[in-house]
Design a protein around this ligand. Sequence first.
Ligand code: PMT
Length: 224
Amino acid sequence: HQSNELASKRIIISLGGTLSPIDPVRYIGNRSSGKMGWAIAQAAYHMGAQVDVVAGRTSISLPKLGDRMTIYRVQTTQDMYETINQLFDKSNALIMAAAVADFKVTNYADQKIKKVAGQEQINLQLEPNIDILKTFGEQKKDQLTIGFAAETQDVIENAQQKLTSKHADLIIANDVSQSDTGFNADTNKVTILRPGYDPEPWAQDTKQAIGVKLMQLVNSMLKK
Ligand code: PMT
């Protein structure tokens, strides 16, 4: 499906997982494959948009689809924030499909941590990272800011709270407690939350199909 409905639009899509390094060889990570965000990026591209993909660690490859797509590779949440910050003013929408590490290791070790005989515990100290979606939600001019909410319980309530606290225009609530939805699956089941609208559950479908449907919704919101 090719069209040019988004021909004059520039869309930032974050995907994959950001990492919290512990030492030069180890990190805390998460299970995001990048599949959901990549499905959205493909849909946006095929609708004619200029697409900026800001990718953390992914388990899929991200073949650049053409000149209208730029792929930025980042590691930490701070890197992801700084990359998006360079792009945000020129963009029409930011879609945060990435699983963003909420914490960074404050006692990062410059050298590889050694196993010491007899040592029973190693303590990692964590401090909060910047909330990217919230930061841009507060700063935006006419951009749409869109996030996911990965939840294992009280999915709609928790997602509704994120919609408000992050000043988002759309939250895609994602039940990640089942193996055929959420992290790494090829299918997903989502509910769409928008300020002033009732929650809209979408039928379980492939991430590809959900990506297309989501970009059609974003297109209709950008026209307003
Ligand atoms: O990559 P896949 O394997 O296909 O899996 C897809 C997915 C489950 C990772 C994806 O659909 C998803 O739900 N991504 C968001 C995961 C997440 O971090 O959710 P959250 O509820 O912790 O965060 C809410 C929103 O704020 C998200 O849009 C997140 O990108 C954003 N966020 C979170 C923390 C932070 N410090 N900065 C952020 O911008």
